[in-house]
Write a protein that binds this ligand. Structure first.
Ligand code: ADP
Ligand code: MG
Length: 709
């Protein structure tokens, strides 16, 4: 990535001929094209890749364990003499061999065996076996152990290190993995600098990390007394050292991306106050201190001649929309255009409504573009954008399309970024016309634990709105089984008769939209029968935009008491008077989604309630999730729990896109490393810039998203 700064001395150190990152796997004896293909499928191409393909557990074949001391679950080597060998014809024909060593005896059980095997396993022969100990009908057993006749063996043939077990792929035997690893290790033994150390001595000392070759050697050949538990957990210093280096490489790669972004030029959008001042004067509320702080961070960014790339994290209801509006006004003041994009049509429509309401008095025209605009209408819209007649366009993914061009695009605002991948984000960048790229503001209501955010979004600057507008009362949440449905319906009736409004959210484990919508339709029918006096509306993803809009608008005006909905209302919808939410089958949803949904209530001053009505029995994980929802409404706490329960891929929403995938590191397990990784990455950038390129290439190679981002 950054080869320009690499001084010749370091490059020379890694001589081309022996560098293990250049040597194809086929250089190892026994690896032919067929195996090379299989390996390539799991991303293993070079000898270095083999060395970084770490065992996930180890077997102890270094010592013989007395049979008398065995425990079920042990995986061990035993030696003994055959006392009895017998074929049983039970439910399954099996060969049972009783092995004794003077301290005790155990049974070896074979369901498949050849005649030759049977005749070799006769009384009096001596065997060495390796297998898993389990409880049998009369004694401990090993089923299909590996075994050898001892008389066949050389003296001292025990292993001298623990035996690694490698994660495998289709049709690759453990013996092949061990063979490849030991040949790769032999190359490394012969020439330790074929795997160069990119972490400087000072860093190794400071963070107490073993050096690279020592770590790799340890993991492929752990000594007999190695702490297998910490190895199994991935917490051994040798593993942590590799995870540390990998995390550093990702961090550096993202920081480079950011630096590259910062070298591009953008338009200076300095605030004149011409629009922002009257806007603030007409606004019905005062900004919170957190909103003001984030806004001033944005204002400073926009006034730079390099593009802003800022992520605003703020919990549901923290007031991100007004922040976006003010950022937009600053760009419009400078006579530039703004594009605001939302992940769903419903949400885009809501932004449109709010912004029209706010911007009309200022004489600012807001344009609206979604996938539904077709033909002549669409052409006209595109023309207005391209000619620069519209200062602000609000829309969905439709804004990404190639034919959408702007005259002077100065700022792109993306709401609920976790729904968009890096690629999509970048697609908007080139729409500005000219060499300048637009500033980017990304907003997310999915709080992410701080260390994780700094790791995953190191290519962005981070602003956090960590304060809710005043006067909000937290939502009181109860968790009850659906056997009490009648009580819940009664509760809805009472609340609505009291003049409050409620949501009833239907979920289905099946992602199919058709089924979700059917469920919502049915629920709304039964509820209407049970609650004849109430005005009940229905929204789901299959309604036309206009229909959805109409229902939502009616609900918002207070002309509906109860809104039955699918999870389409998850994101962003704002109806301050709604103060009761029922979520059916909440056990089917993740914490982040539940938190988003619940965020639809508790937006006004009245106390709000959320009823999580589950269908028993609950899995343990579901119990935990619902418990978290009952106990806290703090988005960051919930995010941390979500991380623990679902893992970082889900929390970051990047599992599908393959961003943030690690070979060795695990963002959950290695959280405690993340702070030090930041420091180490900065140190390397500042003091050893020539090592950054090789380190990033080692772990990330030419993976595309980092190059394009
Ligand atoms: P989110 O961050 O979830 O997008 P919104 O921007 O939709 O939140 O704001 C939620 C509600 O709070 C809106 O009705 C908005 O007008 C209101 N709001 C935002 N900021 C403030 C504030 N500083 N004081 C009072 N109400 C506010
Ligand atoms: Mg919002």
């Amino acid at each position: 990535m950054n080869p320009k700064g690499t001084p010749p001395s370091l490059v020379a150190k890694q001589s081309e001929a022996t560098a293990l990152n250049k040597m194809p796997v086929t250089a190892l004896k026994g690896v032919g094209p067929r195996n090379a293909d299989k390996l390539a499928k799991i991303g293993i191409k070079t000898v270095q890749d083999i060395l970084f393909h770490l065992p996930f557990r180890y077997q102890d074949r270094t010592r013989v364990v007395p049979i008398g001391s065995l425990r079920p679950g042990d995986s061990v080597v035993v030696e003994g003499e055959v006392e009895l060998a017998d074929i049983r014809f039970g439910r399954r024909r099996s060969l049972l061999v009783k092995l004794a060593d003077g301290t005790g005896s155990l049974v070896l059980r074979f369901f498949h065996f050849s005649n030759a095997q049977k005749s070799a396993l006769v009384r009096g022969s001596r065997l060495r076996c390796y297998g898993d100990v389990r409880n049998g009908p009369n004694s401990y057993e090993m089923v299909h152990p590996e075994y050898q006749r001892i008389d066949d063996m050389d003296e001292g043939a025990m292993e001298t290190s623990l035996t690694p077990v490698y994660p495998s792929t289709d049709g690759m035997h453990q013996l092949s993995w061990r063979g490849m690893a030991s040949r790769a290790m032999a190359l490394l033994d012969a020439q330790p600098d074929s795997l160069p150390e990119w972490l400087p001595e000072e860093l190794l000392t400071r963070f107490r990390l073993p050096d690279l070759v020592a770590a790799v050697t340890y993991l492929h050949r752990p000594p007999p007394d190695a702490p297998t538990e910490s190895l199994q957990a991935g917490m051994h210093p040798a593993q942590q050292r590799l995870a540390f280096e990998e995390l550093m490489a990702h961090q550096l790669s993202l920081r480079e991306t950011r630096q590259r972004q910062k070298r591009l030029s953008a338009t200076v959008l300095a605030s004149t106050g011409k629009l922002t001042k009257p806007f603030l004067a007409q606004l019905a509320f005062r900004l919170t201190a957190a909103q003001q702080r984030v806004l001033s961070e944005i204002a400073v960014d926009l006034a730079q001649e390099h593009p802003m790339l800022r992520l605003v994290q703020g919990d549901v209801g923290s007031g991100k929309t007004v922040v976006a509006a003010l950022a937009a006004l600053q760009a419009i003041e400078a006579s530039y255009q703004v594009a605001l994009m939302a992940p769903t049509e419903l949400l885009a429509e809501q932004h449109l409504r709010v912004l029209c309401h706010w911007f009309d008095p200022l004489g600012i025209d807001v344009l609206w573009l979604t996938g539904r605009h077709k033909g002549r209408v669409r052409e006209q819209l595109l023309e207005r954008l391209a000619e620069g007649h519209s200062p602000l366009v609000v829309g969905t993914h439709a804004l990404f399309q190639d034919d959408v061009l702007f005259d002077k695009l100065g700022l792109v605002i993306i709401d609920e970024q976790h729904r968009f991948g890096v690629h999509q984000r970048m697609a908007l960048r080139n729409k500005g016309g000219g060499e300048r790229v637009p500033h980017q503001l990304i907003m997310t209501a999915t709080p992410i634990p701080r260390t994780l955010a700094m790791t995953a979004y190191a290519d962005l600057d981070l602003s956090i709105i960590d304060e809710l507008p005043p006067g909000r009362t937290p939502v009181a949440t109860v968790v009850i089984p659906d056997s009490r449905r009648a009580d819940v319906v009664e509760r809805v009736r009472k609340a609505c008769l009291d003049g409050r409004q409620a949501y009833w959210v239907c979920t289905l484990i099946d992602e199919s939209e058709v089924l979700q919508c059917q469920a919502a339709e049915e629920t709304s029918k039964t509820l209407q029968e049970a609650l004849p006096g109430l005005r009940i509306g229905l929204v789901h993803g299959r309604l036309k935009a206009a229909e959805k809009e109409a229902v939502m608008a009616t609900f918002k005006q207070g002309d509906l008491d109860l809104l039955v909905a699918t999870t389409v209302i998850e994101v962003g919808v704002d109806v301050p008077k709604a103060s009761l939410m029922i979520i059916e089958n909440p056990e089917r949803l993740g914490l982040a989604q539940l938190h988003q949904l619940r965020g639809r209530v508790g937006r006004g001053a009245v106390e709000s309630h959320c009823v999580l009505m589950y269908h028993p029995p609950l899995s343990q994980n579901a119990q935990q999730r619902l418990g978290v929802m009952r106990e806290t409404s703090d988005g960051f706490v919930i995010a941390q729990k979500d991380l623990e329960l679902r893992g970082p891929g889900e929390v970051l929403g990047t599992r599908q896109t393959g961003e943030m995938q690690f070979r060795i590191a695990d963002l959950l397990r290695d959280q405690s490393l993340l702070d030090e990784v930041q420091v180490a990455a900065q140190l390397l950038l500042d003091q050893y810039p020539e090592r950054v390129g090789p380190l990033v290439r080692r772990w990330i190679g030419d993976r595309q998203h980092y190059i394009n981002a």
